[in-house]
Structure formats: C-alpha cells, structure tokens
Design a protein around this ligand. Structure first.
Ligand SMILES: Cc1ncc(COP(=O)(O)O)c(C=O)c1O
Length: 381
C-alpha cells in the first residue's frame, strides 16, 4: 500500500527493479540492507532524465556550472552555509573523491583515522591507497558521539587524515557544532586534514541541526574538505556523480591537484540529476523526510512490541537503524542467521567495524508494511 507521503510502489513492482537491493537475493527475501530507498524518484529528476534520453542527449560530461550553482543555493537555504560555486568540483562518486584526496595526502603505510561504527566502504577505500586504518570508535555510552579526546591523541600521534562521516552511517548521529568546532581546532593544531563525508546531510530529521563541517569557522575551513552528493537523499546512486567542496585557498589548492578525470568519469545523467536535486527538486526531500520520520517511529514501536530485547535508538538522521541483537542469542553471525532463517537481508554489524558482530543495520526507507513484515519474520526466530 502506498504511504501517505512519499509514494512507494508495491513489493511486486519493487522486485522488478534492477539495482543491487533487489538483485542480490531471491524473491523470498525481504531486502532491508543496501542503502537505497524504495520511494519513487522526484518528478523533476524523472523529467530531467527523460528529456535527455528522449533527445539522445547522452554524451560525455562537459563543463557543468549548474551543479555548483545548485549546491551553493541549497547549502545557503538549508544550512546558512555560503559556498563559492568555484570551490565546488565534480567527482565520479563520493568513493572516488575520497580515494583521490587520500592519494594527494598520504603515502603507503600512513594512517587514516575513522570513527566506527562507520560506513562499510570506508574500510575498503583506505586500503586502496595502501594506507592503514586507525579506528577511534564513537563513544557508545554517550549515545554514539565522537570521542574528541581520543581523536586529539590520535592526531597528536601523527595521524594526518580523518575521514569523518557526518551524519554517521549507521548510527544516524549528527555531529554538533561544538563537536565539529573542537575537532577542527584539534586537526589544525596537529596539521591534519579532515575529509567530511556529508552524503547523508539532507536526511537529517527536523529536531536536529545538521552543521556542515566547513561552516564551523576558520579552523574547519583551513583543514576541511567536504565530499558529498545528492545521490543518497534523492536516491540516484546508480547515476554516478558527486562533488568535492572547499572553503580555503589551502584546500582549494590541494583539490586542484586531483586528477581531472574525476570530473569526466562522472556520468552526464548523474551530474544533471544532481543539479536538479539541489535546485528544482530541493523540496522533494521534505516529503521523503515526513515518511522516514513516521517509519523510524514505526520501526521502534514494532521492535518494542515484538523484539523487546533488541537495543536501539531513534536515529537523528538517515533511514538506517543500528540494532544491537546480542540478547537474541543468534550466534556469532546474526545477520547470516536472520537471512537464512527469517529471509530478511540486513547488513552485518562487522561491515561497520570488526567489534560490532552483535549488531545489524536495518534500512527503513520502505513502506510500513514491509517494516512490519520484516520484524514479524525476525520475531519468529
Ligand atoms: C557515508 C557514505 N558515503 C558514501 C556512500 C556512497 O557514495 P558513492 O556511491 O557516491 O561512493 C554511502 C552510501 O551509502 C555512504 O553511506
């Protein structure tokens, strides 16, 4: 059944999609794993893409000032963050952008810091440049917040790059201005660079304030580079386009050294879908957030009623819930057991850090019926 807000196709229709979420498992599995939304794409994006396809406008990506202008407008309206469109550079995707920035900053054997639990691919991007991962975990006791003292010690020990996730996938933590300002001061004191992955930013729930790292004063501007895309929030990950944003001459200079190919390897359709997302379809996200807000409460209510042993919290952002299933006694590989026996696909906690074996990540960007069905299946274990 359709949601009152964002429109969600029936499950039988969703199962005809070609994306990873719908192809990785058989039709008896409810896929609640990959971070894709089941919502129909924004009408403005559909029209932009249809027009380009209809007019056979499918060549290589050339100059595209539309993206810088659209992001700059969105950031100013949404976050009172003023970005010079000339400091916005196109990239193939966020992963490629992060890896190319690493290449400019580190040599093999250097350490790059992450704060677990954190997005699966942070663990694979860093080895791509033969760097080592230094994990300074979020502090669970304080509600999965950054451990600023431990981060400062890591910078003091010589770690020169932090790959920050803001908002955090999978905990949904939105780092506060005070945290980010302190982080920036610490990074500047120790001569480190902070790469802030802000791909989940537009998915921040209304009661929380998303603060762009680069909007936290001079220290942040001097040490920070933002990598982001509209692809997560407007659900166009298959289209391949992202941006790198800087605020200071120092960081602009660094980013200028990145390979030009990062731009040309992005997709024409992805780049124009991004320009449309941040401009003409900027309001679409409000509708999506209304549905996601209902869904996060629905999921927590379902868990409380049917799986009261599972520990979780209301995410401040994103459509991902981070569940501690240790009290369910599902053995060493809970996500495998849930997939095998309950036919629900979740992401195993170990994808976000080796110590999270008793956690799973649940994607609630679907209909309430699908959420209920998944919890019903798991509660039969
Ligand atoms: C924090 C984070 N960064 C980046 C990505 C992926 O971005 P891209 O496909 O542009 O590499 C994801 C996808 O879920 C993510 O959660």
């Amino acid at each position: 059944m359709a949601s009152e807000n964002a429109h969600i196709p029936e499950l039988s229709q969703l199962r005809t999609r070609h994306s990873s979420k719908w192809r990785r498992h058989g039709h008896d599995v409810l896929p609640m794993h990959v971070a894709e939304m089941d919502f129909e794409v924004a009408p403005g994006i559909r029209e932009t893409l249809l027009k380009m396809i209809t007019e056979s406008d499918l060549g290589y990506l050339g100059p595209i000032p539309e993206v810088g202008e659209a992001f700059s407008k969105y950031a100013a309206n949404k976050w009172q963050w003023h970005v010079d469109p000339n400091q916005i550079k196109l990239a193939t995707d966020v992963g490629v952008a992060a890896v190319e920035i690493f290449r400019a900053l580190v040599k093999p054997g250097d350490k790059i810091m992450v704060n677990s639990p954190v997005y699966t691919n942070f663990w694979s991007w860093i080895p791509e440049v033969q760097a080592e991962i230094l994990d300074v975990p979020l502090d669970r006791a304080r509600g999965w917040r950054l451990d600023l003292d431990a981060i400062d010690k890591a910078f003091a020990s010589g770690v020169k790059v932090l790959l920050l996730c803001n908002p955090q996938n999978p905990t949904g933590t939105v780092h506060t201005r005070a945290e980010l300002t302190a982080l920036a001061a610490s990074a500047r004191k120790h001569g480190a660079v902070v790469i802030s992955d802000e791909i989940h930013a537009p998915l921040t729930f209304a009661e929380n304030e998303f603060v762009p790292f680069l909007n936290c004063g001079e220290d942040a501007e001097k040490v920070g580079i933002c990598v982001t895309s509209s692809s997560k929030s407007w659900n166009t990950a298959g289209l391949k386009a992202a941006i790198v944003v800087t605020k200071s001459d120092e960081m602009l200079h660094l980013v200028a050294k990145l390979p030009e190919a990062m731009h040309w390897r992005a997709s024409l359709l992805g780049a124009f879908a991004m320009a449309e997302s941040f401009d003409g379809s900027a309001d679409w996200i409000d509708q999506a957030m209304a549905t996601l807000d209902e869904n996060r409460h629905h999921l927590l209510a379902e868990l409380a009623a049917k799986l009261p042993n599972v520990k979780t919290h209301l995410p401040e952002a994103t459509y991902l819930a981070w569940l501690d299933v240790s009290a369910m006694n599902l053995g060493d590989y809970p996500a495998v057991k849930i997939l095998d026996k309950a036919r629900v696909a979740l992401v195993p906690g170990t994808d976000f850090g080796p110590q999270y074996g008793q956690f799973v990540r649940f994607n609630f960007a679907t209909s309430k019926e699908n959420i209920t069905a998944a919890i019903d299946r798991i509660s039969c274990l």
